[in-house]
Design a protein around this ligand. Structure first.
Ligand code: SF4
Length: 159
């Protein structure tokens, strides 16, 4: 068997550890994660009976969803494929089942708008010194523990 130096062993061990941590952070919806999840673990789960009583005034029927039996709906936008009973809120917190119809709560409801220097954006040498208009709504279908926008990504919204 080939011997490896202590330095090489530590180097490989650290690499493996980092890979495992990243996989856990970026793949929160894995089968293992759901199987091991306790009742307080919300990764990849819809929020049962968490829809608001009234819709936001510009709430809009969502696109890309399927109506199922018993007024359930299934969203088809992202791989979560949220299966929502009436009154449930999606994993991304921005879609709800209201009496058998899927509504988007973020339609016409931005939480952030700003004009930024283009240099703030993840672009390389694109129109230097120009401006970029940023617009965002609340919600996200991930639960990254290191999210820098957690106040809006994990917010319920402004209604
Ligand atoms: S997380 Fe949001 S976008 Fe993804 S399937 Fe669920 S409702 Fe649709």
């Amino acid at each position: 068997m080939k011997k490896i130096s202590r330095r090489h062993f530590l180097y490989c061990g650290a690499g493996l550890l980092c890979s495992a941590v990243q996989a856990h952070a970026f793949l929160p919806f894995s089968v293992e994660a759901n199987a091991a999840a306790g009742p307080a673990d919300i990764r990849g789960r819809v929020f049962k009976k968490d829809a608001p009583e009234k819709l936001w005034k510009w709430s809009h029927e969502g696109y890309f969803y399927t109506k199922l039996d018993n007024k359930r709906v299934m969203c088809g936008i992202c791989p979560n494929r949220c299966l929502l009973s009436p009154g449930d809120r999606s994993v991304c917190r921005s879609r709800v089942n209201m009496d058998g119809t899927l509504y988007s709560l973020t339609y016409g409801n931005p939480c952030s708008m700003n004009v930024d220097p283009i240099e703030k954006k993840p672009l390389f040498h694109f129109k230097p010194r120009s401006k970029a208009f940023s617009i965002a709504t609340t919600g996200c279908n991930f639960r990254c523990l290191n999210c820098q926008n957690w106040e809006i990504s994990q917010a319920l919204g402004m209604w």
